[in-house]
Design a protein. Sequence first.
Length: 632
Amino acid sequence: MYKYIIFLVVLVSSCNYLNIIPDNVVTIDNAFSLRQEAEKYLFTCYSHLPNLSNGDQNPAFSAGDETWYHLNIKAGNPQGDNTGWPIARGGQNVDNPYLNYWDGGRGASSMFRALRDCNIFLENIKTVPDMEDYEKELWSAEVKFLKAYYHFWLLRMYGPIPLIKENLPIDASVEEVKVERKPVAEALEYIVKLIDEAAEILPLNVESEIEEYGRITKPIALGMKAKIMVTLASPLFNGNNLFSHLNDEDGEPLINSQVDPTRWVDALESCRVAIQTAHDAGNELYHFQRTIATAKISDTTQLKMNVRGSVTAEINPEIIWPNTGDRVNYLQRLAMVRALNKGSNGWSIYALNAVPLKIADVFYTKHGVPIDEDKSYDYNGRYDLIEVKPEEKYLLKPGRTVAKSHVDREIRFYASLGVDGGQWFGQGKYNDDEADYLLNLYTEIGGVPKNEAYNVTGYFQKKLVHYESISRSNNTVTIKQYAWPNLRLADLYLLYAEAYNEVNGPGEEVFKYLDLIRERSGLPPVQDAWEEYSSNPSKPDTKEGLRDIIRQERMIEMIFEGQRYWDLRRWMLADVEYNKPITGWNVFAKTLESYYQPRLLYEQEFLLRDYFWPISQSELLRNPGLFQNPNW
């Protein structure tokens, strides 16, 4: 059943896609002898989907700057060999790459193995005797989408890649197995072709949410097509003259060095179709529905729960693609506070995922504009101390002394971050007036414990924690799991706004979708906010100004969902953001005055070569048809 996605161990054992001959032809034949066996192989094709809630598999969690750790970790081990954190600290290499999705290793499985399994399925599904043709076509459509997705996963990470359109025959020549990297434009055409073919067959919704929730549907396919089209219309892949020397053996460029405006036109249309299809399927922005248990929450907490629930609510109309094989448990333990009521030094909760100060600064003020633009906000004095007022009790603890940067911020700041003095709704307490507050001093319950696992910046990733997940002082924990959202509607709204602005500049359509997202968080419309509160009131009136607004809106709305890492790369801003220092509060302080002193944790360095990951040296030796990415 897809609700649990318990997958068959793959039937071929080689980790290298160049081993193109099935290891056991008889086994492959048996795999398609009956419908039941073919379904197991279908699950095998799904099994290669990376678990995006797992930092051990998703570089977007730990290889960027949204999450930081301390260097002496003995629990959870996020700094170990099989994660992206060494990449964030400049450790990526050609000898034994971290998260090696090319040929497998250091925490990742080979995506070329995934593509081989998809090809095996597509080549054999027609031979299954006890299946109707319509079901064979449906399953083939699902696997075609997966095949497109696996190509995109590699393309986004490594740049130009070989296209594995079919597995080579047993008698393939030496020359035939020397696969070569293809131009991005050719890869885009092939990926889109696969998705379009799949979308023609895929249903609008699954027939049974109990048994098929998470299976690929038309909204998933077209939603990911839109995301892919926007990605490949963006500066990294479209008009990138910094990689103009990345050519094939004939000297032909593999990446557009000149901007192709039609890429954005096509992306805009793909976004429009994806949104309409999602709406037809019943997808809509999530709003928290009060229950008997939560009937007494304030309107302020209602807004916070709109934000948290957009990711963590289980059956959620906003989630277009739920990965039901990726049940979020470990990530919540990394994001939670040990115990808010009495404190705990046990290992049930890891409390390791820390958020740097520069990420906290991305959130708007309560007026919905950047903190360095709000005319009424004391930006230069944001680290000065202030006492929390009684009327702010649903955001912060009244009477608590906090930094000014914790006061007068937008709802998503308080919903997404666990901050010193901040209310943490949930924990088994669903009456606002009884909710716990996070207190972060070294001597307090949220502070650094006696063991070596602790939050190094003072900010927790509260957004990722289901409000019914509970950590207790007796070292026990209850985790309310949820399926990780691979794609949600707000993502598509923001992609549409971005593509529309790139094609047409500011317009009603852009503000419509931006304002729908902002309204869900209690913020005023973009134009109203900038006109009334910003020191740069004309910013939304130009393509360049609105581009900056859309990008910051994505940084806020999609925070901790693995989007910032890829967005900064496709915008070619990673070399700007990842060369800024990582700082946090002084979490070892015993007084609030010394706690609120920014502390340097690390000086990140991002080089031009880091936009595309290296192919392992061993893979280059195995396949003379390949060449290394520049400067590795």
